[in-house]
Design a binder for this molecule. Structure first.
Ligand code: PLP
Length: 369
């Protein structure tokens, strides 16, 4: 035992112990609900592609893994160059992120403080409210139309002098509809030019309707529009976390400023470059999925579900109060869907055999029971 003089302040003279203070508003923060992985069950809950990474990608990752003791390229230069060439845009207009979800957060960080508002459709990508609250921006949620589409007139009406950022998700996750050129251009023409409109097109590669505009083209014509894309969905790299933004150069620069250093890891960068080189295979996979999308949607409609139009790799069942019950029923049938309590269920389109399993489960669900 130490002599008394070295034992420090006697307990009775110490300050009372206190708990480390955390921002109290985080108590109200909703948790991001990830699609569940259940051993022995088919996962159709996270809009992943089931075919795996594209050809050449696993090899590129294995090669990059040999250098895993080195920090990654902080600026993702080779990937940015590959994207610039692929999209035919200037390097300076691209920002790469640790998944496009990280870019969503960076977009709020670079535009909003607590007094500023971010406007987004709801229900839509569940990260929008979470990230807005983490950053501390004020949010305005704009309800979807009766057809489960983003309501652009209502979005335009929700913009005030305090608005700095507007998320437009097309195709909309989790409901599926995409916005058409004419309505979108009318909307963009009405938005004040100092408000950034983020066109979140995580499912762009699955769009088959030629009337759905390409976000990258819109960014060339509107200097307050940014397109957000990801390698997680059609490119099959959800596990490696790479997304990218194309927009005004000063916005891309601000995004790079607030990016967490080295957060786009070396394996992800190598995988994304290799994935870009496998365009034909990616397109063939998307074509198979979009053909299956038509079949699955038609069969679900025949069963009595009011499935909205979809341009993504998923369908939405607006089940309302029965969403939870449908979820349980599918789990019992060994199919994992993504249910949103009281609202509906989102089901990823898989390959034909996977979709047959889902349709089998849907057929035995007593819709009018
Ligand atoms: C999946 C998804 C993203 C994010 O994908 P990352 O894996 O973070 O790149 C962004 N927006 C929407 C609408 C999505 O569905």
């Amino acid at each position: 035992m130490l002599p008394a003089a070295k034992r420090g302040t006697p307990p009775e003279q110490r300050e009372p112990r206190m708990t480390v203070r955390i921002r109290p508003d985080l108590d109200q923060l909703p948790a991001y609900v990830a699609g569940r992985t259940v051993a022995g069950s088919l996962k159709l809950a996270s809009n992943e592609v089931s075919a795996g990474p594209l050809p050449g990608v696993a090899e590129a990752v294995a090669c990059a893994a040999a250098d895993a003791h080195r920090y990654p390229d902080i600026g993702a230069a080779r990937l940015t160059e590959a994207l610039a060439a692929h999209l035919d845009v200037d390097l300076g207009r691209i920002a790469v992120g640790c998944g496009s979800v990280a870019l969503c957060e960076q977009l709020i960080q670079i535009t909003c403080t607590a007094e500023d508002t971010v406007v987004y459709p709801w229900r839509s990508f569940e990260a929008y409210p979470i990230l807005s609250r983490i950053v501390g921006a004020t949010e305005v949620q704009v309800p979807l139309t009766a057809e489960h589409a983003v309501d652009l007139d209502a979005m335009a009406a929700a913009i005030t002098p305090r608005t700095r950022l507007v998320f437009v998700c097309s195709p909309n996750n989790p409901t599926g509809p995409a916005l058409r050129r004419a309505e979108l251009e009318r909307f963009l023409d009405s938005v004040p030019s100092d408000v950034l409109v983020v066109f979140d097109e995580a499912y762009r590669e699955f769009v088959t309707d030629p009337d759905v505009p390409d976000g990258v083209e819109l960014t060339a014509r509107y200097d307050n529009v940014l397109a957000l894309r990801t390698f997680s969905k059609a490119y099959g790299l959800a596990g490696l976390r790479v997304g990218y933004a194309i927009g005004p150069a000063h916005v891309a620069e601000a995004l790079r400023k607030v990016c967490i250093p080295f957060s786009i890891n070396a394996l992800g960068q190598a995988a994304a470059i290799a994935s870009l080189a496998a365009q034909d295979e990616m397109r063939a996979r998307c074509a198979a999925i979009t053909a299956e999308r038509v079949r699955v949607r038609d069969e679900l409609i025949a069963l009595g579900h009011a499935v909205p139009e979809t341009q993504a790799n998923f369908v939405w069942l607006p089940l309302g109060d029965r969403a939870g019950e449908f979820n349980e029923h599918c789990l019992a049938e060994r199919v994992v869907v993504r249910a949103f309590a009281g609202s509906g269920a989102r089901i990823t389109i898989g390959d034909a055999a996977e979709n047959d399993l889902l349709l089998g489960a849907a057929k035995s669900f007593p819709l009018h029971g």
